[in-house]
Design a protein around this ligand. Sequence first.
Ligand SMILES: NC(=O)c1ccc[n+]([C@@H]2O[C@H](COP(=O)([O-])OP(=O)(O)OC[C@H]3O[C@@H](n4cnc5c(N)ncnc54)[C@H](OP(=O)(O)O)[C@@H]3O)[C@@H](O)[C@H]2O)c1
Length: 317
Amino acid sequence: MKAIAYQQFGTTEVLQMLEQPKPAITSDQVLVKIKAFSINPMDWKIRKGEMKLMSGSRFPKNTGADFAGIIEKTGSSATGHSVGDKVFGVVKNLMKEGASAEYVAVPASLIWKKPEALSFAQAASLPVVGTAAVTAVEKMGKVNPESRILINGATGGFGMILLQLLKQRGAHITAVTSTKGAEYAKKWEAAEVIDYTKGHMLSQKNTYDIVVDLSGKMGYTTAKKMMKPKSIFINPTPQPVEIPLALLANLFTSKKHIVLLSNSESRYTEVLLDAVSKGLDIVINTVFPFTQFREAYQYAEQGGYVGKVVMEISDNA
Ligand SMILES: NC(=O)c1ccc[n+]([C@@H]2O[C@H](COP(=O)([O-])OP(=O)(O)OC[C@H]3O[C@@H](n4cnc5c(N)ncnc54)[C@H](OP(=O)(O)O)[C@@H]3O)[C@@H](O)[C@H]2O)c1
């Protein structure tokens, strides 16, 4: 089968189309013929060697974590799924495996039936950012219309889901976006929209119960100034040193620094599927064909778009 992989850490230049054996499945796994997989910032952080401690340095490495496709084979104990089912899912070890191939073998517990209302591209976009968004909502505790929440980077993959999940819970959201994102943030009913490209300063002191930084550029020190005395900062892009430091610092402050590390538990996907049934909007900015993998990653890494970038594999890839 064809797979997008790399043999060394580096820029998009290291990506190659390789011929690999079709994966064999164990009894608890299913073999999925991939129709689409989504691109996440984690893909290029791993590829650039920024997460070596977790990804290891063994090559070749495939890329891409979440996918949608059609079941081609099921293991003897992989119950609940049948050959021909349209599904979406995520690889088991996000740091060491990749879905950037014509087939992937995954545990049956990490795939779910694709809702009819979603395209393969939309379903492939859901697991990584969706479970992260549900985890973030869980970390927030009780959210109500009085909760003042700032989402910095509100219309990327993660932000688009988080903003809508929080609106379904009635929260008051301030969305920070680029100009392109502003109309979407309004459509998803953010109470206030701030365009960061226009140099609008986030200077409101003592305003927010919760600040979520999805840009990776704000940091706790900046966020703290805008936070109420009893509040939380959610950080899904921590530097390794921040993980223990945040835990320690939280013992001495009521402005908590919460490092977010999500995982793909089924209960999170159930929340997402419920949100989909209530009209969750999953915006796909661009779909690239499998053969244009380098262009796709270059485009995604550059940023400046709303929603997700996805790669599709046609039958004659
Ligand atoms: N810890 C976890 O478990 C976990 C899980 C999933 C994701 N993440 C991380 O969470 C982050 C967000 O993920 P994502 O998939 O949403 O990435 P994304 O689609 O690239 O979104 C990032 C957003 O930040 C915005 N942004 C860039 N510069 C900004 C600035 N100076 N001020 C405000 N906003 C700015 C971007 O807007 P423009 O592009 O329009 O400029 C974009 O909307 C990534 O770093 C990802 O690795 C962590």
